[in-house]
Design a protein. Sequence first.
Length: 147
Amino acid sequence: MPTVIKTLTFSPEPIQDFITLSELTTNLSAGFLSLARTNKSVIINDIPEDLFIDTDIELVASIFAGLLAAVVKNAKESYIRLSAKVYGNVILLHIKDHNNFNYSPVENKVRQLLPLAEKIGGSVCVTSQRNNVATFAFSFPNLPMAA
């Protein structure tokens, strides 16, 4: 199953890249593996391989990377699970930290990322936090951006 498909059009518009959410999160997570190892944590990507991103890939990547960086930085001896589901045309991405020892900086990062998420009609929030297990959610409509 290919993860990147390039399509050519005969209009003056540029070539458009399509990427799966799984591939994007795997590529971005790779940049945090060293920090995760330092914090004795692992990142598990359970995102289905067939979810293609049709919206602004750069904003999705920026929001995801910012949120994951904050989670990994504040995890200790944890496993961080990435998962995603589709509800109609909305993708809901969860980052679940199973040993979040320093919740406050991640919560602050969520607040900083919210205006970016809102640019694509999305949201970033904390969906649950108890007993050092914290779940952070990023949802966005998976629709092509208007020209």
